[in-house]
Ligand binder design. Structure first.
Ligand SMILES: Cc1ncc(COP(=O)(O)O)c(C=O)c1O
Length: 394
């Protein structure tokens, strides 16, 4: 492959919305990725918490090949089996009553917001969101994304979105009222620096929304589908929300989003109220069904819990510039006492490990759920070396 040609095409013809890392990635296998020069990288990013089954998993290959030969797309006007089967499986493992299928996280959130808005007509005009939240880039999801760096250049946004500090029950109490259509919360804020929302705060959201007759929307786009060692992060507290948004890991690399509804929220939208050309087509649904079955069959949630503990313990042992380790399962963050997180990501790229930083001080680890103990050991060794080198240089 002519890497220079590809870099030129990318630089000249792709809209410049991303700052890309230097290597040209051509292939993946398990937890490894390979560049055009044949270099191997341990993938601790998994496409930003997407590739639950790693790269080129045999079950994915089998399903993708089979479904390509069978039926890819038909439109939602026609009944096909995979969507219904996936909805049934989501009901079984995540306890939801119904599912709407979207194409990504943002469009799953849009569906959730539309349910809250329609149900709230005409008086419930407000959606309460948390500071440092991230719910996506479409205008509705962006309006719920309480970070100036994403919002400020796109004002005016959709009206009615109100911000409260995360884990501040008094502020929540003051903000939620009879005007509230919904409160939306990520159990662990992914883009917001791996901030863990406490069980008490999540319970307060549930209680307060129930008190005033509003909906509780849980954004599990990043935390869901086994990532924290549970199908849903919220399930570890036994809290039942009204709506859950999923995407990322549900397709393990194939684009799909889902808006899961519980109880009354399942009966708000009627034919014609919402839709999507591609959402839930036979191709993506058959893949998502395989992802869920494979996570079950291979015990990947247990693995996420065990490998997550190993990673967190190891990061704590490294110490030094790491002053805090947070998160659950295989969604972990390490907070550094100096702004070298992005430097470590660049350093890692030269040493064969794909790392990620959510800001200058915070590292994020969201590897494939198939990762093994030896890979975590290797990652910890590299991170330790890299942090020592960079801390000395700083
Ligand atoms: C919690 C959360 N919600 C929503 C989104 C948006 O998902 P997408 O990029 O698939 O639209 C993301 C993406 O990072 C996310 O982490």
């Amino acid at each position: 492959m002519d890497a220079a040609l590809i870099r030129n095409l990318d630089a000249n013809y792709v809209l410049g919305t991303y700052r890309r890392q230097a290597p040209l990635f051509v292939r993946g296998e398990g937890v490894w990725m390979f560049d055009s020069d044949g270099n191997r990288y341990l993938d601790l990013l998994a496409g930003i918490a997407v590739d639950q089954l790693g790269h080129a998993h045999p079950a994915m290959i089998e399903t993708i090949e089979r479904q390509a030969r069978t039926l890819l797309h038909t439109s939602n006007i026609l009944l096909t089996a995979p969507q219904a089967q996936l909805a049934g499986k989501l009901h079984e493992v995540m306890g939801c009553d119904r599912s709407f299928f979207a194409n990504c996280g943002a469009t799953a959130i849009e569906a959730a917001l539309k349910i809250a808005k329609k149900r709230g007509q005409p008086d419930r005009t407000e959606i309460v969101c948390l500071e440092r939240s991230f719910h996506g880039r479409t205008l509705g999801a962006l309006s719920a994304t309480m970070q100036p760096k994403y919002q400020d250049q796109f004002r005016p946004l959709v009206p009615g979105f109100i911000k409260v500090p995360a884990n501040d029950e008094a502020a929540l109490d003051a903000a939620v009222s009879e005007r509230t259509a919904a409160v939306i919360v990520e159990p662990i804020q992914g883009e917001g620096g791996l901030t863990v929302i406490t069980e008490t705060f999540l319970r307060a959201v549930r209680a307060k929304t129930q008190d005033v007759g509003a909906l509780m929307i849980v954004d599990e786009v990043q935390t869901g589908v086994g990532r924290t060692g549970h199908w849903l992060a919220i399930q570890r507290f036994g809290i039942q929300p009204d709506i859950v948004a999923l995407a990322k890991g549900l397709g393990s690399g194939v684009p799909i989003g889902a808006c899961l509804t519980y109880g009354d929220a399942s009966h708000v939208l009627e034919p014609g109220d919402h839709g999507s050309t591609y959402g839930g087509n036979p191709f993506v649904c058959s893949v998502a069904l395989t992802v869920l079955k494979t996570i079950e069959r291979e015990g990947l949630m247990e693995n996420a819990r065990e490998r997550g503990r190993q990673l967190a313990d190891g990061l704590r042992r490294i110490g030094g510039p790491i002053v805090e380790v947070r998160g659950e399962g295989l969604m972990r963050g390490a907070v550094l006492d100096r702004p070298i997180a992005r430097d470590l990501v660049r350093w890692g790229m030269g040493k064969g490990i794909i790392l990620n930083a959510t800001d200058d001080n915070t590292l994020r680890f969201v590897p494939p759920l198939i990762i093994e103990a030896k890979h975590i050991d290797l990652a910890l060794d590299l991170i330790d070396t890299g942090l020592r080198e960079l801390a000395q240089a700083a």
